[in-house]
Design a protein around this ligand. Structure first.
Ligand SMILES: [Zn+2]
Length: 273
């Protein structure tokens, strides 16, 4: 799978979504993964926590809500046509961005399922919630940071986490990373054919959302779509890792003396139908 294949509108053979809590992926990327799954892409969800703090009910306990939310995520996964749903069961609200055990465990899943494209949360988005006026959940930031570190360089390098090699989990290079929940998207997927599946998947998270929750995100997908000549859209920041490295000239360096800000050439945003 190459970058140019995605640019031509061909979904990758295998995709993975790594995220903090049940429902995060269905809010951010479920329209895209349902569309790709329909086209034959094998999609794996990797949940770092099972959302064991996600209840205001005074009679609820963490093990029970975690079980409920895992069942909800599996039900949503069936609706979306996912191939695998993996629960790593770290503690909700306690994720650490540079937790080496968590990085190790994400690397294991990357090496096991060999995704061409990996979606994760944007760790640079500190205030993205509430239209940019909120606080992003620290687990989202930690999940994104750990996922990027797992993709590069740990999943690629055979000498990192040598116990994985012993288990037969060989190095794997991910070609494309898409940051979800980003404030700076430059890739937009037309999800008009799967918006109803997205709404159904969101409705599966009954412990978290009311009956009309799906409609809220449908409206958001419609608003984003309008800006990009689509009916419904999801947006991501695309990091391309299989492009040949080109040594920048000194003049191109952002650190060059006298470099004027804002003069960099920007690649146009990509939109797929
Ligand atoms: Zn979350």
């Amino acid at each position: 799978m190459t970058v140019s294949s995605i640019e031509k509108g061909i979904p990758p053979k295998r995709a993975m979504v790594v995220f903090a809590h049940p429902d995060d992926a269905d809010v951010a990327v479920s329209g895209t993964v349902a569309k790709w799954a329909k086209a034959g892409c094998e999609v794996t969800y990797v949940l770092l926590t099972s959302g064991d703090k996600g209840s205001d009910n005074p009679r609820m306990i963490s093990p029970r809500i975690a079980k409920i939310r895992e069942a909800e995520q599996k039900a949503a996964g069936k609706i979306l046509g996912l191939k695998n749903v993996v629960f790593l069961r770290y503690k909700d609200a306690e994720l650490l961005p540079f937790d080496l055990k968590m990085r190790h465990d994400i690397v294991a899943e990357i090496r096991r399922y060999k995704p061409d494209a990996l979606f994760c949360q944007d760790p640079t988005n500190r205030h993205g919630a509430g239209g940019g006026r909120g606080i992003n959940h620290p687990d989202h930031i930690a999940a994104g940071e750990a996922s990027l570190a797992a993709v590069f360089p740990s999943a690629r390098d055979r000498l990192t986490f040598p116990d994985l090699l012993v288990q037969g989990l060989k190095p794997h290079k991910v070609s494309n990373v898409f940051l979800m929940m980003t404030r700076d998207p430059d890739y937009f997927e037309d999800i008009s054919s799967t918006i109803d599946l997205k709404v159904q998947a969101l409705k599966a998270h009954k412990s978290q959302f009311g009956e009309n929750a799906g409609e809220r995100w449908k409206q958001m997908a419609e608003n984003l779509g309008k800006q990009h000549d689509m009916k419904y859209a999801e947006g991501f920041r695309w990091i391309k890792l299989d492009r040949p490295f080109i040594q920048p000239s000194a003049a191109d360096s952002p650190y060059a003396v006298g470099k004027k800000q804002g003069t960099e050439k920007k690649e146009p945003a990509l939109a797929r139908r």
